[in-house]
Ligand binder design. Structure first.
Ligand SMILES: Nc1nc2c(ncn2[C@@H]2O[C@H](COP(=O)(O)OP(=O)(O)OP(=O)(O)O)[C@@H](O)[C@H]2O)c(=O)[nH]1
Ligand SMILES: [Mg+2]
Length: 624
């Protein structure tokens, strides 16, 4: 068979099931893909596919889908699942078979969807996933009986330990053959939800042999972490500790990276003849990119915490704790996960709003997502904090620097809640919906997922440093060195360049809020990606320094060049920072038009300006 006819016969098999059943874990384990897995419902919001070679030499196209409770979609991500499964997705062939993933500890709820899917007439195989957790809870399942009652093969699996994968693979060829032999019968009226629910219960009871010590551990932990008083205190303590760690643990690796870049700068300067090009390498690229890359350790520490909290199942408890507060400002409880993702980056956060069923709730969440402190802002905060906030302790062992970082994140969250409340009473009126959140079981984080998650974060960050940031730095450098100063010029060369003129113009706009011309200038490339602002400061100050001055880190330079009120105003600016271009464009895509992204841009700009200005003038008055 040549490749084109092979492609023509490629069958599609879809992985379907309730949210958090372990579909993506299974998909990753089977295909070697690295899609995001986390211990809460609603992680996958798009269709993802990969080739899978079967034991008999054929290949299939395996598709991972967002979790759904039924084929009656309640949110845009469930709609994706429905369309793919029913074959109504444009440009896509209907899957010829389904792998239905169910959570063995939650059969009563998960079997209902399997029964509904079975009515489609497609060949199915059931992956009875998470049997390790079932065993832990003392649940035993009669697999043969389940298979008989469902009239489909049932394969016990532990997706995260790769158990049962061989058996599952072995079941696939027969499935494809059956699909090829019969066209699925057209769907009849089908049983209603209540009937299916009752049947699911009946089957679950019939095949579940022993429910032993059950979920005693989960209940014991929940009694503490969901306690109305202890719960919020624990949540605040975890967040507080997380930001302390970001500063406390990152110091040593950051020094290494910083020293490495300084060494490179010195080495380049020493081995290359002084020229425009040498200066581009040392002052433009190394100073600019280096001042951003040093923040890699902090980003990784932050994500270690986030991933562990996600995987352990704690994040859903945090969502539960926040739900009352969020409901009070008119946010849907389902907004928690998208907002949480926005701490990494607003883009996946805004995409994750697809799991919110109510369009108004969804829009509100999209509009406030950029107020969650994304990881691109961490370098900006960190460099200013390192330069201006003394490294001393407050309250016992806790550091002032980590505390300030915690406060900055908190200000972002509080402003988001306030803005949401305002929006719900003005532009985006209407009742918001309550939601039911399924609490996942507690689990030890899977090391492999943690490592993959961190690796992916590191790559995203370094890739940006090597692309967006690098390119911005080169453009900035060129604009900062042309035209060359006239002979006998008295001011630093940069003052005669295009950048010099531009920054004097921008300074007019930003001087009232305490920004100098270097900051005003850095804000422009900062629109490409926020951390570029730091790189731009690195380059601009490196260019201003006298040629023979020893290279010093950006932190040292800023300490000498800025006053404290300016530094604080800069921090305040970035809490609201009119977001990067990518956020605007994803908002345009997800809201189908320019109206909302422009609104978002405007309101954030106004807030940033007002808050930075207020911070500047108030702190100036207080500090004399
Ligand atoms: N112990 C155990 N944990 C599992 C197993 N399969 C998945 N998990 C964990 O269950 C959680 C959910 O896994 P995912 O693969 O993200 O679930 P999903 O079905 O893709 O979820 P959505 O995309 O939200 O619908 C993760 O924390 C996994 O590590 C399993 O067989 N055993
Ligand atoms: Mg998934």
């Amino acid at each position: 068979m040549n490749s084109s006819s092979a492609a023509a016969f490629l069958s599609t098999v879809a992985v379907v099931g309730n949210p958090n059943a372990g579909k993506t874990s299974l998909f990753n384990a089977l295909t070697g893909a690295r899609q995001k897995v986390a211990n809460y419902p609603g992680v996958t919001v798009e269709r993802k596919s990969a080739r899978l070679p079967l034991p008999d030499g054929r290949e299939i196209d395996l598709v991972d889908l967002p979790g759904a409770y039924s084929l009656t979609p309640r949110s845009p991500d469930e709609e994706v699942t429905r369309r793919v499964v029913l074959g109504s997705q444009v440009g896509e062939s209907r899957p010829s078979a389904l792998v239905c993933v169910v959570d063995a500890t939650n059969l009563r709820n998960h079997l209902r969807f399997v029964l509904e899917l079975r009515q489609l007439g497609l060949p199915i195989v059931v992956a009875l996933n998470m049997i390790d957790l079932a065993a832990r809870d003392g649940i035993t399942i009669d697999i043969d009986k389940l298979s008989e009652l469902l009239d489909a093969p049932v394969i016990p699996t532990v997706a995260v330990r790769r158990r049962g994968l061989g058996d599952l693979m072995a079941a696939l060829p027969a499935l494809i053959d059956r699909a090829a032999a019969h066209q699925p019968e057209p769907m009849g009226p089908g049983a209603d939800v209540k009937t299916l629910q009752a049947e699911a219960r009946r089957i679950a009871t019939a095949v579940t042999l022993g429910v032993g010590k059950a979920r005693r551990m989960t209940q014991a932990i929940d009694a503490v972490v969901l306690h109305p008083v202890a719960g919020p205190i624990i949540l605040a303590a975890i967040m507080f500790f997380m930001f302390q760690a970001v500063f406390a643990w990152a110091e040593t690796p950051m020094t290494w990276i910083e020293d490495g870049f300084l060494w490179l700068q010195d080495a380049a300067a020493a081995h290359m003849t002084p020229s425009w090009f040498t200066s581009l390498i040392t002052h433009g690229i190394l100073a600019g990119v280096g001042s951003v890359v040093v923040f890699l350790p902090q980003i990784l520490i932050l994500f270690t915490f986030i991933i562990i909290l996600e995987q352990s199942g704690y994040m859903t408890r945090a969502a539960f704790l926040m739900d009352r507060l969020m409901a009070r400002v008119g946010l849907n409880g389902r907004a928690f996960i998208p907002l949480l993702s926005s701490f990494a980056c607003a883009i996946p956060g805004i995409m994750a709003t697809r799991s919110i069923d109510n369009p108004r709730d969804r829009l509100t969440t999209i509009l406030i997502a950029p107020l969650m402190t994304c990881s691109a802002r961490l370098p900006v905060y960190a460099v200013i904090i390192a330069a201006f906030i003394p490294d001393r302790t407050v309250m016992g062992p806790f550091g002032l620097q980590g505390f300030v970082l915690f406060v900055l994140y908190l200000v972002g969250i509080l402003s988001a809640l306030i803005i949401a409340a305002i929006l719900r009473h003005s532009l985006v009126k209407g009742a918001s919906q309550t939601f039911l959140l399924e609490m996942p079981k507690y689990q030890w984080p899977v090391l492999r997922d943690l490592v993959i998650g961190l690796y992916q974060r590191a790559m995203i960050f370094l890739k940006r440093a090597g692309t967006t940031i690098l390119v911005s730095m080169i453009i900035l450098y060129i604009l900062a060195t042309f035209p060359a100063p006239p002979p006998g010029a008295l001011l630093p060369a940069i003052d005669y360049s295009i950048v010099g003129y531009l920054s004097r113009g921008l300074e007019v706009i930003f001087a009232p809020i305490g920004f100098n011309k270097e900051i005003s200038l850095a804000l422009v490339p900062g629109m490409a990606a926020r951390e570029v602002a730091v790189g731009a400061l690195g380059t601009v100050y490196a260019l201003q320094g006298s040629e023979d001055a020893v290279a010093q880190s950006l932190v040292q330079t800023l300490r000498g060049a800025w006053e404290l009120p300016t530094a604080l105003a800069f921090l305040a600016w970035f809490v609201f920072a009119p977001q990067c271009i990518s956020t605007i464009s994803i908002t345009r895509r997800e809201t189908n038009g320019w109206k909302w992204p422009l609104f978002m841009l405007t309101y954030l700009f106004v807030l940033a300006y007002v808050f930075a200005g207020a911070t500047y003038w108030i702190s100036k008055a207080l500090l004399g």
